[in-house]
Design a protein around this ligand. Sequence first.
Ligand SMILES: C[S@@+](CC[C@H](N)C(=O)[O-])C[C@H]1O[C@@H](n2cnc3c(N)ncnc32)[C@H](O)[C@@H]1O
Ligand code: SF4
Length: 292
Amino acid sequence: MKAIHWHNLVVPCLSEIIVDQEEPSGKKGLFVLNPECVIRYQSDGVLITLPRLMFESIYLDKDLASVIKNRMIDISELSFSSVKLLKQSGLLLSKPIKGLDYFEQSYTVANLPNRAILDLTHECNCHCLTCYHRDDLDNYQPSLADLINRINKLKSFGVVNFEITGGEPLLRHDLIEILNYLINQRLNYFLVTNGEYLEEVNDDLIELLKKAIAVVISLDGVGDRHDLARKRPGLYDKILRGLRNLSQKNVRFAFIYTVQEANVHDIPEAIELAYSMNAIIQLRPVKIVGSA
Ligand SMILES: C[S@@+](CC[C@H](N)C(=O)[O-])C[C@H]1O[C@@H](n2cnc3c(N)ncnc32)[C@H](O)[C@@H]1O
Ligand code: SF4
């Protein structure tokens, strides 16, 4: 089993290490996976982000990635408390039938996660203080073939909605090809960006951004506080100019505001800003990892 430390919660998952030994069982159980989960397919396995607190995640290693593919979870190797934790965390939806214990449950998997996060690149132009990717931001970019392979796999798992992110996705020179591929596969996408390059987007990319669910711009504060958090002087004003560009070209956009101690007081102003632009703003708590 691999358990990852994500925020302050570790969700033990499947396989060799049994966290508690208290109630081993030889029986199999099939559980419904919560479709609200977001899955991130990686070369070495699958990361599932749970729906309730969006930064609780579990990691399934390569063998266990078949959970998604085979649409079931075998809980026979898990302790009673691990299964309980998975259920509490919202990954497993099924309720125990009266009179049977967890290990005797057997359900058909009806729903699977239908959203996935696709990291296009580890490259980034910012150095945000709280970035959860800070330790792995480098120049690595998966090849186009690799990305297409991942998209195909995710599609075969039932994923239809893609969060296109990174690093900074607008640094991908083949972004047009990637988005076109998603469109040709009839898949939906939204793109999360730090907004640095929105002024410079060419007409071909604008056409593809118009087809996105939305372009989502990250905010870590208003004005200088945003620039300070992103260690990028002038970025906030650049974003505002970029948004004028998107607006004029009828591209839908929204904001993610990562709430942290330093920017709590800017929230009303950020909401006003979004409201004035007729855009949705999602407030997300900062995830305490690495530099955050
Ligand atoms: C990793 S960034 C990648 C996309 C792009 N570079 C950007 O900043 O929008 C994706 C989103 O995660 C947010 N984020 C980064 N570190 C975070 C953390 N520790 N907790 C919560 N959100 C975080 C960013 O603010 C951004 O909205
Ligand atoms: S812009 Fe995005 S990827 Fe880059 S450092 Fe900031 S949060 Fe991380």
